[in-house]
Design a binder for this molecule. Structure first.
Ligand code: 13P
Length: 254
């Protein structure tokens, strides 16, 4: 039985005040969901200490939006998995399409981040997904398989026992164009099939989240799909009532 995860990704948003307000608002729904669904917030690195302060002692988990491949050294501006671990992170998002796109992160670099995160005991949340042009050219599975294969080559298939996958079609991110539940389910089940060709047990156990304009309205039907194990939520994780409704949708489908 895969326990769903509702995970917020705040991206480059927030103030000291909004972090305090949102985390305080999410603690109770996360506590209530505990046992049925996990709830986590991935925040800008500068706010992670505050998230830790407000969420500590609750069932709300937290993580980073990225991490470096090194644990320390002359890498100005980076945040290491060791530092994130010290601030209580459970998760580290790696390979978000905004990092792959704006920061030119290759599949190999993302795989190295996945490995570095796991080496420090963080759970990597590997984001994969195709562009609109690739979707229209029916290249979705070629793209996501290549993104997965880079990690399998570097870390081995067993590494997915301690990882989460987030399928985020780029054309659905921040656009209001959610993938239909049918499209999302079809890709999720093909991702699981692909992993099954390496290891059936790992494939059956790994949680695959959907991301891309997943909101209070679309979450219930998305989460009712067999291979969708929760969501990676951008915009709606910045609004307490919306994120709470999404948590409730995950609990209802657990
Ligand atoms: P939106 O929910 O704002 O579309 O963002 C999705 C996303 O990129 C989460 O990582």
């Amino acid at each position: 039985m895969r326990k769903p995860i509702v995970m917020g990704n705040w991206k480059l948003n927030g103030t000291k005040q909004s972090v305090a307000d949102l985390i305080k608002a999410f603690v109770e729904p996360a506590n209530q969901a505990f046992g049925k669904a996990e709830v986590a917030i991935c925040a800008p690195a500068i706010f992670i200490g505050s998230v830790e302060q407000y969420a500590q002692g609750s069932k709300l988990q937290w993580g980073s939006e990225d991490c470096d491949i090194h644990d320390s050294g002359a890498y100005t501006g980076e945040n290491s998995p060791a530092m994130l671990k010290e601030f209580g992170c459970t998760y580290a998002i790696v390979g978000h399409s905004e990092r792959r796109g704006y920061h030119h992160e290759s599949n190999e670099e993302v795989a190295a981040k996945f490995k570095a995160a796991q080496n420090q005991g963080l759970i990597p949340v590997l984001c994969i997904g195709e562009s609109e042009a690739e979707f229209e050219a029916q290249k979705t599975m070629d793209v996501v398989k290549a993104e997965l294969k880079a990690v399998i080559d570097l870390c081995g298939i067993a590494a997915f026992k301690q990882a989460v996958i987030a399928y985020e079609p780029i054309w659905a991110i921040g656009t209001g164009k959610t993938a239909t539940p049918e499209i999302a389910q079809s890709v999720h089940s093909q991702i699981r099939e692909y992993l099954k060709s390496f290891d059936a047990e790992v494939a059956a156990g790994v949680r695959i989240l959907y991301g891309g304009s997943c909101n209070a309205k679309t979450a219930p039907e998305l989460f009712s799909q067999q291979d969708i194990d929760g969501g990676l939520i951008g915009g709606a994780s910045l609004k307490a009532p919306d994120f709470t409704a999404i948590i409730n949708a995950a609990v209802a489908n657990a």
